[in-house]
Every structure is written in C-alpha cells, then in structure tokens.
Write a protein that binds this ligand. Structure first.
Ligand SMILES: [Zn+2]
Length: 273
C-alpha cells in the first residue's frame, strides 16, 4: 500500500509569478501541455498507477499572496472522479469570519477528508488563537490537519511561521487531533520537527519536498519513529514521483519502517484499507 499524502493540483485558478516561474523551471516549454494534461484527474490517476500509488491526498490552496488559488470547488470536482483521490480543504482565516463553519460545510457536504493550513503562505503562527476554532472543529470531525512547516522559495512567504516549535501548543491543546508537519521543518528545524513528532503521539512528520536519499542524514534516528513518519511527494513541484518512491525503498531502513512510511501510517489517519 502506497499513499502520497501531499499532491497539489497542476491547475490553479490563479497563480502568482513566483509559482509559475518554479513550474516553468521544472517543465520548460512543456509547461502548457503539462498543465492541460494534468488538469484532468484521469491523467493524474495514470501517473499514480505508473508509480504504484494507491491513494493520493489532493490539496486545495488559498494562498493568493505567495502561490495562488486552487479552490475547494475545483479539488472536490477533481476528486469526485475516483475514491483514490482524497480531497483536503484549504481555508484562509483572513478571508472568512467563521472558518470552523466553512470547514464543517466542506467536510459534511463536499466530502473533504482533511484540512491543509499554510502558515508561511497565509501568514500566521500555527498556535495563533485565530486558528483554534479550526483545530477544534477538525478534532470534532475526526479529520487530520496538515500544515506547511518549513521553508519555502515563494516570494512573500514568511519563514518564521514555519518553525515546528509552535506545533507543541497545538498538540497539547488538541490531544485527539492528528497533525502533520509537511516538509518536517526544512531546512533549519529538522531537530525541532523530530523532537516534536517523537514527543507528541498526535504529531507526524510528513516528508514531502525533501530529497529521499538525504532523509537519514537529516534524521539519523528515523527508524525509531517510523510509526510517526508519512510519505508525500509535493507533486508537481517534485515531478518524479516514481523515482522518489524508489529512493525511499532504497534507504537503509527495515522493511517494516518503509511500509509504515509509504502507506501504513497514512492508512490509519485516512481510514482507508
Ligand atoms: Zn506542497
């Protein structure tokens, strides 16, 4: 079982220049064709099949200052094509007065199965009181919350919001809420991310956007918390999902640890089998 816990849509309703530039650097003059192809879920499912991925978490993104907008409606429609595509909602607390009600609507009426927060793009600390109603609602609805925790290359990001230390408050105040630290504190705070994931039973390290062959350099004791580590690719920012997965399979870890990282831990959080 392989679950990719971190996939962005290729299609964004609006994108910022800095986001487009990054995609262009990866795809060159094939960018237009790429965007067109992968605005279709069928094409993405084909990519999943080639890489041996069973399920993928598809992330909405409401971050107009830094990357752009892939709205919840598009992601819901995209994921409606297959139960293997699992939609995660985006809510920007600066643009809505009752974010908790919005989350409830998206989960109950539109089938969203998790929430993605972007502190460094949406400009708040993960432990800001403004976000607490969202955590309370997610805990009540029994859905996981992924947060961008680490650096970003996009202009307008504020890196101070990406330090894993702020997850400590959230983990303590919402002990029954499963929290994922996407990018695991890249690159300044790997030790913080590891320490927080080891300490709190409800906090996971999600390793998208990290070069897999470097994982054991960043986290020499990864094996000891393999039950708290979750695979994600960060596609399309990382174009080569298949190679990415192979690199994890090649790591000097036990088979049991690799199985947990690539799928078993995620299965638990997403209630899939
Ligand atoms: Zn991402």
């Amino acid at each position: 079982m392989i679950i990719d816990f971190h996939v962005h849509t290729a299609f964004y309703e609006t994108t910022t220049k800095t986001y487009r530039d990054l995609i262009r650097r990866s795809y060159g003059d094939k960018m237009e064709a790429f965007l067109k192809t992968y605005s279709s879920p069928e094409a993405f499912i084909e990519l999943m099949d080639q890489a041996g991925i069973d399920y993928a978490v598809i992330l909405a993104e409401l971050a107009p200052i830094t990357t752009g907008i892939a709205d919840n409606e598009y992601v819901a429609e995209f994921c409606s094509k297959s139960p293997r595509l699992i939609p995660f909602a985006s809510i920007n607390p600066y643009t809505i007065s009752r974010p908790d009600q919005e989350l409830e609507r998206l989960v109950k009426d539109n089938g969203f199965q998790g929430l993605k927060l972007y502190p460094t793009y949406q400009l708040y600390y993960p432990n800001d009181a403004m976000i607490y109603p969202l955590y309370a609602k997610a805990q009540e609805l029994n859905i996981p919350v992924s947060l961008h925790i680490g650096s970003s290359v996009f202009v307008g990001s504020r890196l101070k919001y990406g330090d894993p230390i702020y997850m400590d408050d959230v983990a303590v105040d919402f002990p029954d809420l499963n929290l994922l630290m996407c990018h695991s504190g890249r690159p300044f705070w790997y030790d913080n991310a590891f320490g927080i994931a080891r300490l709190h039973k409800n906090v996971y390290m999600e390793i998208s956007g990290l070069p897999p062959h470097k994982l054991l350099d960043y986290f020499p004791e990864l094996e000891t918390i393999a039950h708290k580590v979750i695979y994600g690719s960060d596609w399309p920012g990382i174009p080569t999902i298949k190679e990415n997965i192979h690199a994890i399979k090649d790591l000097r870890l036990s088979d049991d640890a690799k199985e947990k990282i690539l799928g078993k831990n995620a299965m638990r959080l997403l209630n899939v089998n």
